[in-house]
Design a protein around this ligand. Structure first.
Ligand code: ATP
Length: 338
């Protein structure tokens, strides 16, 4: 039986990395009936909305989606499709494993996970011009969301054999909003005595990620800190071409890379598909397809270890197609030979 999965190709490099990822999933022997839906500026021109209702309904119906990046206009224009999708479907936990691959510079040995609250904070969309020349953004923090994201992080740590969760905050300055999130995490921690709770102010966390990243274990934090620290994490393991992500809610899960649509390299055929491929590995495990996920992960490690096929973001010359073919060949090779 094929899985029915919603596929949002996105724009910029989205369609290129999405096609590569479909090939990789197929090489791993998982049958998928992809239900393709489009979102973004071109769709807005046709329908008046960058994220039409049928797209949201399709994700809700299939419960699982693989998504390429969708460009967000800076300053004016429509609201981010990525943020709207996460908020509408209440995909409250954004999980971003930051893990080194062999042979990729800088050669730190990083293995940490960022769990980012996905629905509130400064992303709540509560902005107003209170006077000409005076703009205000409201940072929204609720007990409900702070508690469930901490609960998610502790459960994730237990399920993945990790002994520590670090809550990252700025409660020394934002005593009410970040103070509330910190209190909620402390209360959740009491229910999980087998997992150690660490606490760290966001600026110190940024430095610790560079100096001793594995000290943090599973890092749980509010929306904007999570966004910024994710890119810092990506930098630690070789860049945005590598790091995967999952947006998880009770109703549905959407798997997408940390990177954006990278308009500077769109259409040129040399985007690195690794981040979305690794997001698909998370998706397969979410579906219970652990063996296929492991096969892809082993093949990815093998391709990076050999060092022969690498994309330009990592100093190589391979196109997206070259890299995908090498990866599919490694997946399909019998294990003894791999
Ligand atoms: P957004 O605001 O949507 O997050 P952004 O401006 O932060 O986007 P990205 O679109 O993620 O940035 O890209 C930043 C840079 O990283 C790009 O200019 C591109 O050179 C590089 N980059 C991102 N993703 C990839 C990839 N998959 N392969 C190769 N290079 C990439």
């Amino acid at each position: 039986m094929a899985y029915r999965i919603t596929l949002i190709p996105g724009d910029g490099i989205g369609p290129e990395v999405v096609t590569a990822t479909q090939d990789v999933v197929s090489a791993a022997g998982v049958a998928v009936d992809w239900e393709v839906h489009h979102a973004g500026i071109e769709v807005a021109k046709l329908t008046g909305s960058p994220l039409p209702l049928p797209v949201i309904d399709a994700v809700r119906k299939n419960r699982v989606a693989l998504k390429g990046p969708v460009t967000t206009p800076i300053g004016g224009g429509f609201r981010s499709v990525n943020v709207t999708l996460r908020q509408t479907l209440d995909l409250y936990a954004n999980v971003r494993p930051i893990r080194s691959l062999p042979n990729v510079e800088p050669r730190f040995d990083v293995d940490m996970v960022i769990v980012r609250e996905n629905t509130e904070g400064l992303y709540a969309g509560l902005e107003l011009m209170i006077l000409p020349g005076v703009a205000q953004s409201i940072k929204l923090t609720t007990e409900r969301s702070s508690t469930r994201i901490a609960e998610f992080a502790f459960r994730y740590a237990k399920q993945h054999g990790r002994s520590k969760v670090t809550i990252v905050h700025k409660a020394n300055i934002m005593k009410l909003s970040d103070g509330l999130a910190l209190d909620c995490a402390r209360r959740v921690a009491v229910r999980h005595p087998e997992v150690h709770l660490g606490e760290m102010i966001v600026d110190a966390a940024a430095m610790t990620m560079v100096r001793d990243p594995n000290k943090l274990g599973v890092l749980v934090t509010e929306n904007l800190y999570g966004d910024i620290l994710s890119d810092l994490g990506a930098g630690l393991v070789g860049g945005l071409g590598i790091v995967p992500g999952a947006n998880i809610g009770d109703e549905a899960a959407v798997f997408e890379a940390v990177h954006g649509s990278a308009p500077d390299i769109a259409g040129k055929g040399y985007a690195n598909p690794t981040a979305l491929v690794q997001s698909a590995v998370m998706m397969l495990r979410h579906l219970g397809e652990h063996e296929a996920g492991d096969r892809i992960e082993r093949a990815l490690t093998e391709v990076y270890r050999s060092g022969q096929v690498r994309t330009r973001d990592l100093g190589g010359t391979a196109s997206t197609g070259d890299f995908t073919r090498a990866l599919c060949a490694a997946i399909e090779r019998p294990r003894a030979e791999a």
